[in-house]
Design a protein around this ligand. Sequence first.
Ligand code: NAD
Length: 330
Amino acid sequence: MKLLVTGGAGFIGSEFVRQAVKKGYDVAVVDILTYAGDLERLREVIDKITFYKVDIRNYSELQQVFEREKPECVIHFAAESHVDRSLLQPKAFIQTNIEGTLNLLELSKNFKIKRFINISTDEVYGELGDTGKFTEESPLKPNSPYSVSKAAQDMLGRAYFRSYGLPVITVRPSNNYGPWQYPEKLIPLVIAKALKDEPIPIYGTGQNVREWFYVSDCVEAILVILEKGKPGEVYNISSETEKRNIEVVKAILKLLGKPECLIEFVVDRPGHDYRYALDSSKIKRALGWSTKVDFETGLSLTVEWYFNHMDWLEKKVEELRDFWLKVYKK
Ligand code: NAD
């Protein structure tokens, strides 16, 4: 079966491409390779896929890809994905996450795609206090330009299902971690800083709670949804393992044998959501999926992977430093 994967050179998208190729799918990837995209992640499968350096905001170039590839399913990962950047450059998020998604939905309708898997996020539901979980029926109350753009993406998917019968399925994963994640996200950032014995900046008091989800488990869930999910439905997917940021940081320091005095609390992110937690019983009940990698195992695999890929990590940290230097100079 021919799959068109957008954002396939990103962190989760590349794990999807690697697993899909292993399962025997015929895969074409569309990715513009922003700072977050990297073909290195696809090195082991690059000879088995077709890669298009195309921007999802460019309708006519996307149309040519659809004409050439004639995909049966679209799995849409491409996005501007970092909350801090959305606070700085919200327009890029509106253009890629909303307008880019609209282009893909329109082409998927015209080319009679059999399944459109819309990769959303738990952040569309907004924040929780100390108790409760979001179900697929919870109202959407997004709080950052990133989560607003993702909620709008979901609503467009809903409209294309309801109005045109396009078989859209929306997937809402919780916070992913694992190999190849860009070090602006918490876990690789902490590993990068700790390995260099540099201060580790933690927002506020580090009490925010996230549900940590190992990337290979997330992708297995997406593949199950691709194969067995019901069009028009939304599926929450998560590990149901909640951790405060400070607990995650201390666990990494322990694994690396580094002191907790490296932790430095910094001014909190504006509008920082306190807690996200998903009820992911629907996919377990309806599709028989479950997680395989617990947090302790996933974290040690991740730390080990970065330890063995220091060159890649350092290159990305340098790029990131240049980006923020330019921002502060303005
Ligand atoms: P990522 O930032 O690592 O990768 C995004 C990819 O999209 C990159 O390869 C980038 O080059 C590409 N891209 C960006 N703009 C593009 C454009 N205009 N045209 C074509 N390609 C473009 O993101 P990720 O962490 O792999 O997340 C993948 C998806 O999962 C996103 O939709 C994100 O919102 C969602 N998500 C991520 C997490 C997480 O914890 N990482 C959690 C929940 C949901």
